[in-house]
Design a protein around this ligand. Sequence first.
Ligand SMILES: [Zn+2]
Length: 187
Amino acid sequence: MARVEGEVVDEELDAEEEARRRLALAQIRQYPDVALKMAARPVDEFDDELRDLVERMKRLMRDAHGIGLAATQVGVLRRVFVFTPAKDVVAVVANPEIVERSEETEIVEEGCLSIQGVLVPIERPLRITLEGKDENGEDVRFELEDIYARAAQHEADHLDGVLIIDRTTREAQREALALLRPRTVIS
Ligand SMILES: [Zn+2]
């Protein structure tokens, strides 16, 4: 049974799926890559270049077994992400705006394809309304809840250079950074 952790799905993979996942992760920027801390610029051209980028992101998200991926995670500083708004559906949102947030919030352990091996608790609104454009420049609007609302908020954060370790409690942040530090030194 798969468990969704923010952007990451934790599930048993066979050897071939695992190899494909590793190849995808190798193409996704990993903490502490500077691109992850940068704010992305709005999308102003809905052209083939954008559609190619989005196709690549969808493929990487699927191969990495994620439920969301932002352009900043592939080193492109444009405000666009792909995510799963419902089971087995993949959507594109450019220039996303969260226009409504529920007062009700939930604290859930969240992971990130760019910060492997780290899970931290994050409080987020349980339901949101998300608006933006698709890859052809058409208006899109999503009423989201639960893990789907969480994934969209996680991706919107990426476009502002905000990571899960910036959103969590001070204690969880300290533990996560301690876990990440040795890796940083070695690489
Ligand atoms: Zn992430």
